[in-house]
Design a protein. Structure first.
Length: 482
């Protein structure tokens, strides 16, 4: 359903919008607002792109790209590739090592380049940028502070509407304070000069699983501590099982149903004490136990913006807060901690407040990806939703072991799963576990969003051989099984 909102600023030729936070929610909103003729000011404290570009998504996925390259080289012998190791014969594996200093220099250079590209793009469309901290004085005013101490200066930014997109920061355990050297959060990893010999990862959610997979590929001996029965709690259980099997085969230790009570630094490493008294030793510890929204002390209460108990900003389907003329987007809203969702929330907010046609955010159309090796991508209704009775559907899962292209590329782990609404056959969900699942989920997401029937997917030509052929094949099998 398309909703055409009332243009709050119809009497003005150039409405003004102030955006607090230059991450995906903020900068995407700024581009849309400027293209619709608004005067836009962005206040950002760290750099355009926010934590997604500078310390989170872009850096982590760049690091993961290096780990994936090493993993492919390790498996190359199965493809008939031989390496000259000074006269060695047989199925030799290259003696690889990651120059982590060089890797991290590349990571941060790419993050900086991406931030610069975003800033240039905003300036090109006329967006004004203030690099400083900001707080709301009311629902139409932001106070921006540039610089620190005696050199600091303030500027009052008045606007017809405000978008808050301030993101989140890593949650810390009081008994596991990061020191940036041995005990780390995910923003501090890029200071490391060498691959940790023995890395303990606390937390098996998306962030923990991704970094555990990456550092395992880079050569660390990784121990992953999971408080749940499986890694990636809340994700597809079949996908999580595939990942655990791959982790075990690659030498990773996964401690399930184990909760970290404390992390302490030792003379030459760290010790993690579990709640049952066991102690796990390693050279470094990465703590990934969630995030906290950056909503404290920025004037939200004074502006009339209501927060949840967790400190997230309450928003509706078009990104409105409880304060008139104030919208919010991104991780600070607690909707989905995804850059794509933040960007969509920002675009929806601007379209709504400027009177453009807008469709409210539909979470069941959101596709997401976990950048482990193999990747795990999903969209729409899950099997857990079917089990709970929220939806009724038919499910078909097709292993990639039968896919010709997967065999050629020596991809042994993964599957395609499609969920169709019972009775109608409309595609309502799907999961892909594969190398490149982030790309393969798109046709399923398209089917979910456009309410395609499984026969629509099945009758669409795919390339042979290709991994996407398994998506079409799974849809054909659903036609038979419905």
């Amino acid at each position: 359903m398309t909703v055409t909102s009332h243009n709050l600023f119809s009497t003005q030729s150039a409405p003004s919008i102030a955006i607090l936070g230059g991450g995906p929610g903020g900068y995407e909103a700024a581009i849309v607002a400027a293209s619709l003729g608004a005067q836009v000011t962005v206040v950002e404290r760290a750099g355009l792109g926010g934590s997604a570009v500078l310390t989170d998504v872009v850096p982590s996925k760049t690091l993961i790209a290096t780990a994936d390259a090493m993993t492919r080289m390790t498996d190359a012998a199965a493809l008939g590739v031989r390496f000259d190791l000074g006269g060695g014969e047989g199925d030799c594996v290259p003696l690889m090592s990651a120059d982590l200093k060089a890797v991290n220099e590349r990571v941060m250079r790419l993050a900086g380049d991406q931030s610069a590209d975003i800033r240039a793009g905003l300036e090109r469309v006329g967006v004004r940028i203030i690099l400083g901290t900001g707080r709301l004085l009311d629902n139409k005013t932001i106070e921006a502070t540039v610089g620190e101490g005696a050199e600091a200066s303030t500027e009052i930014v008045e606007a017809d509407a405000i978008l808050v997109s301030v993101g989140a920061h890593p949650r810390e355990l009081p008994t596991a304070k990061p020191d940036g050297e041995r005990i780390l959060n995910w923003t501090q990893l890029y200071n490391l000069q060498e691959v940790p010999p023995e890395l303990i990862v606390v937390g098996s959610g998306v962030t923990g699983a991704e970094f555990a997979s990456a550092y395992n590929g880079l050569g660390s001996k990784v121990t992953l501590i999971s408080s749940r029965d499986q890694v990636l709690p809340g994700e597809d259980s079949d996908a999580a099982q595939v990942l655990e099997d791959v982790f075990a085969r690659r030498g990773m230790t996964v401690l399930s149903r184990s909760r970290a009570a404390a992390v302490d630094r030792t003379e030459d490493g760290v010790v993690v004490t579990l709640s049952d008294g066991r102690e796990i030793t390693g050279s470094h510890c990465l703590v990934c136990v969630g995030s906290i929204p950056n909503t404290e002390g920025i004037g939200l209460e004074q502006a009339g913006v209501a927060l949840t108990e967790s400190g997230h900003i309450k928003v509706d389907g078009v990104s409105r807060t409880t304060a008139s003329n104030v919208y919010a987007a991104g991780d600070c809203t607690g909707v989905f901690a995804l850059a794509s969702v933040a960007a969509m929330q920002g675009r929806i907010a601007v379209a709504h407040l400027l009177g453009d046609g807008v469709r409210p955010l539909k979470l069941l159309q959101v596709s997401s990806n976990i950048f482990t090796s193999p990747e795990i991508a999903s969209v729409g209704v899950s099997e857990a939703d079917l089990a709970s009775g929220k939806f009724q559907g038919d499910v078909f899962t097709l292993s990639l072991r039968t896919n010709a292209r997967a065999k050629m590329r020596n991809f042994k782990d993964g599957f395609v799963k499609i969920i169709a609404r019972k009775g109608s056959g409309t595609v309502i969900g799907g999961v892909v576990v594969a190398q490149g699942a982030s790309e393969l989920i798109f046709p399923i997401a398209l089917a979910v969003t456009q309410k395609l029937h499984v026969d629509d997917v099945a009758s669409t030509f795919t390339v042979y051989p290709s991994l996407s052929g398994s998506i079409s094949e799974a849809a054909r099998r659903l036609h038979v099984h419905m």
